[in-house]
Design a protein around this ligand. Structure first.
Ligand SMILES: Nc1ncnc2c1ncn2[C@@H]1O[C@H](COP(=O)(O)OP(=O)(O)O)[C@@H](O)[C@H]1O
Ligand SMILES: [Mg+2]
Length: 360
């Protein structure tokens, strides 16, 4: 699958316009503020139904308007996809997704058919920030790795919400315990799926670290969110009193993490920014490999401001690797000259001026 044509309406500073895309490399150039990141964000929104730079989709709506829309034509297979977020009178945003002229209630199908991976300045959160970002990363991989993942996760989340509400409202233990079997069963399943994903992921990460000449030894470990010497059901029972005091469920797969250590120390204070970038890149390349192998279709790859993220040497190493994967790729840079001549020749050049795609 690849995106043949992308149309945006009221998306940040971008003029409402349509652009033809290459199935392989697309180079988006333009001065600062031209709208390069916005265009990449629109592509990401299509695949992930959220932004990589804001948690508030309202921010994306062009000033002075009340909605934004992203429409794509895909090939191989052919689909017509339209996504809209519109500000309603109650200031909430409506969500409208249409695929092949049918309204879709949930975006899960879209997420499956348009796997999307972005490497941006925000990707540092994987190392710098709390476990949420790493869990999200792992779960995105697991979602494409195994079809069971989404259903188990939805079951778990719903049961967890109920249990936490019960804890908060001081419900009787019998009532709260009635949520436990479903919670524990889905939780164990999620854990098993993540373990399987992680077992496939780890050797690929190691391969990429080696290929990128990463100078240190990295240990990476999946932390399940509870001590798996006991079942989740036993753990929930054992910590019931504590959960009552905390008014939420302390242990379970919602607390999972991926922990790195570099030569025995923390990755965030041990590594230079450049080395962190390399580690992040290796993490994503491993995920790209897995989604390419197990997912519905090879992922769309988005690299925002690639020159800031990678030196010329690593840029070429990575590009050479990516080119043989058969993924559709989008790079942004202030100028095309940041890419070597061969790549420029193969790429579709998309030049932006003040939010408008120009012919030159
Ligand atoms: N909701 C919005 N409405 C209108 N303009 C916006 C909105 N959000 C951001 N912008 C503007 O869009 C421009 C494009 O930013 P960006 O995509 O980051 O450019 P680039 O990546 O090319 O440097 C910026 O000038 C920014 O102020
Ligand atoms: Mg930018």
């Amino acid at each position: 699958m690849y995106i043949q044509q992308l149309q945006v309406e009221h998306f940040r500073n971008l003029a409402s316009q349509s652009v033809a895309l290459s199935p392989q490399i697309n180079l988006i150039t333009g001065d600062n503020g031209a709208g390069k990141t916005a265009l990449l964000e629109a592509l990401y929104f299509l695949g992930r139904q959220r932004s990589f730079r804001t948690a508030k989709p309202k921010d994306i709506i062009q000033q002075g308007t009340d909605y934004f829309r992203v429409i794509a034509k895909t090939a191989d297979p052919t689909h017509q996809i339209g996504l809209e977020r519109r500000l309603q009178s109650d200031r909430k945003l409506s969500f409208l997704l249409r695929i092949d002229r049918q309204t879709q209630k949930t975006p899960a199908y879209l997420a499956k058919i348009v796997p999307t991976i972005a490497i941006t300045a925000r990707s540092f959160q994987l190392i710098d920030d709390g476990p949420m970002h790493r869990r999200r990363f792992m779960d995105y991989g697991s979602f494409h790795f195994d079809d069971q993942f989404l259903m188990q996760w939805q079951t778990y989340e719903q049961a967890l919400k109920r249990r936490n509400a019960g804890l908060k409202q001081n419900m009787a233990r019998g009532v709260i315990d009635s949520f436990t079997p479903i919670l524990a069963q889905a939780g164990e399943q999620i854990h098993a799926l993540r373990v399987a994903y992680f077992a496939a992921f780890k050797p690929l990460l190691e391969k990429h670290l080696l290929a990128l000449n990463f100078p240190y030894e990295v240990t990476i470990r999946y932390a399940s969110g509870w001590n798996t010497d006991s079942s989740l059901s036993e753990t929930l029972a054992k910590h019931f009193e504590m959960d009552c005091r905390l008014s939420h469920t302390r242990y379970g797969p919602h607390r999972a993490d991926i922990r790195f250590s570099v030569e025995g120390g923390n990755a965030d204070n041990r590594l230079s920014r450049g080395q962190q970038k390399t580690l992040i890149l290796a993490l994503y390349l491993a995920q790209i490999d897995l989604i390419g192998t197990y997912g519905e279709t090879p992922p769309l790859l988005i690299f925002d401001d690639i020159a800031a993220e990678l030196d010329a040497n690593r840029r070429n190493l990575v590009l050479t690797y990516l080119l043989q994967l058969n993924c559709q790729m989008f790079f942004s840079a202030t100028e095309a000259a940041l890419f070597d001549g061969g790549i420029q020749q193969q790429a579709a050049l998309i030049h932006l001026k003040n939010g408008v795609i120009c012919a030159d």
